[in-house]
Design a protein around this ligand. Structure first.
Ligand SMILES: C[S@@+](CC[C@H](N)C(=O)[O-])C[C@H]1O[C@@H](n2cnc3c(N)ncnc32)[C@H](O)[C@@H]1O
Length: 340
């Protein structure tokens, strides 16, 4: 491994974990590893496997990296990002052997329940990424979240229980986490769920509900328009669009002193990814306008970005009767997805 710290948005989708770890081995995910104790203990206990620590919080990632370096382990690394993005984008279907989720944030208030990691959709996503029979272990010390997890595991068609009861409250085989030690010291009961992916997943109405996000290099639309870039910039106002499941907000337009190009700051949310990008509107030497993804920052040219480019081009076309889209490399279904 050339590094032990990666960012989900910068890894190839899907990631070739065998290449990254330098060997082919079962992939074990510790989701929300927090302090990193369980991550390091798991990597030590499983030299046969490649262990991947998944975390959203930078301080935890930093602590995890320090612990891995101190232990001089070669079979573990960490990835920053939301577990849903890492599973869906970075992990190929059937590419994960085991998932541990220790003490996921309980999000106690009802208005925050939608943020809970364990959901029907998450269990479905995890099942698509696990190998047949792949293990799923979840632990929580929060009684109400335990009830929530129990309901979802009992109704999931994708997992089977490895124990006689939905959860156990004592598991002598496990590697104790920091959070667990605290919970037990404070007298809280821990619920341990020990489940496995079914050998065969039932067919679903949507054949591939969690596809690896597809990318189109350099998405763009060519337009004709008699409007100057300054005219377009002056007419800009904040706009929202919601084609399909994507949410797009056009936030602000800036103009370059150097070559007059417009940069439209745009926020795009397409589960499980959100990006803040710059869309550029420029005049080509041949006179046409080109609407494209600007290479400021590190953005991924996903379907949502293509939809945003289409929406922006359609808005420009609506400003003047002689403005119109001439050609593009955007998928036809996305061009027709959005009302003109
Ligand atoms: C309560 S702590 C548990 C830490 C550790 N597993 C333990 O048992 O000591 C939950 C951890 O999950 C991380 N987390 C929360 N949501 C996440 C997500 N969507 N993806 C990845 N990590 C997440 C948090 O940053 C936090 O470190």
């Amino acid at each position: 491994m050339s590094s032990i710290f990666y960012h989900a948005a910068r890894l190839p989708w899907p990631t070739d974990w065998a290449e990254l770890y330098g060997r082919s081995a079962p992939l074990l995910l510790d989701i929300g590893f927090g302090g990193g104790h369980s991550l390091v203990d798991w990597a030590k206990a499983r030299p046969d496997a490649s262990v991947l620590g998944v975390e959203i919080a930078l301080p935890s990632l930093r602590r995890g990296v320090q612990k891995i370096e101190k232990a001089a382990l070669k079979n573990v690394c960490v990835v920053q990002g939301d577990a849903r993005l890492i599973l869906q984008a970075c992990c190929a279907p059937g590419g994960v052997s085991e998932i541990h989720i220790n003490f996921p944030d309980p999000w106690r208030k009802e208005k925050h329940y939608h943020r809970r990691l364990i959901s029907d959709a998450f269990l479905h996503l995890a099942a698509t990424r696990l190998v047949p029979g792949g293990l799923l272990d979840i632990a929580t010390d929060h009684a109400e979240y335990a009830q929530w997890i129990t309901e979802r595991l009992e109704r999931t068609p994708y997992f089977v229980n490895r124990r006689a009861s939905t959860f156990v409250t004592d598991d002598s085989e496990r590697l104790q986490t920091k959070y667990e030690a605290l919970a037990l010291a404070e007298g809280r009961i821990c619920h341990y769920y020990k489940w496995a992916r079914k050998e065969r997943l039932p067919e679903t109405a949507v054949p591939n509900p969690f596809p690896i996000p597809q990318e189109t290099p350099m998405p763009h639309i060519i337009m004709k328009s008699p409007l100057t870039l300054a005219d377009i910039g002056r007419q800009f106002r904040q706009m929202h669009a919601a084609p399909g499941d994507t949410h797009i907000k056009f936030l602000e337009a800036y103009q370059s002193f150097y070559d007059q190009k417009l940069l439209v700051e745009t926020y795009i949310k397409e589960e499980p990814l959100s990006q803040r990008v710059g869309l550029a509107v420029q005049r080509r030497p041949t006179g046409e306008l080109i609407v494209s993804l600007h290479d400021v920052g590190f953005s991924r040219p996903t379907r949502g970005i293509q939809q945003a480019i289409v929406h922006l081009a359609r808005w420009i076309a609506s400003l003047d009767q002689e403005s119109a889209i001439i050609t593009s490399n955007i998928a036809e279904e996305l061009l027709s997805d959005i009302e003109s």
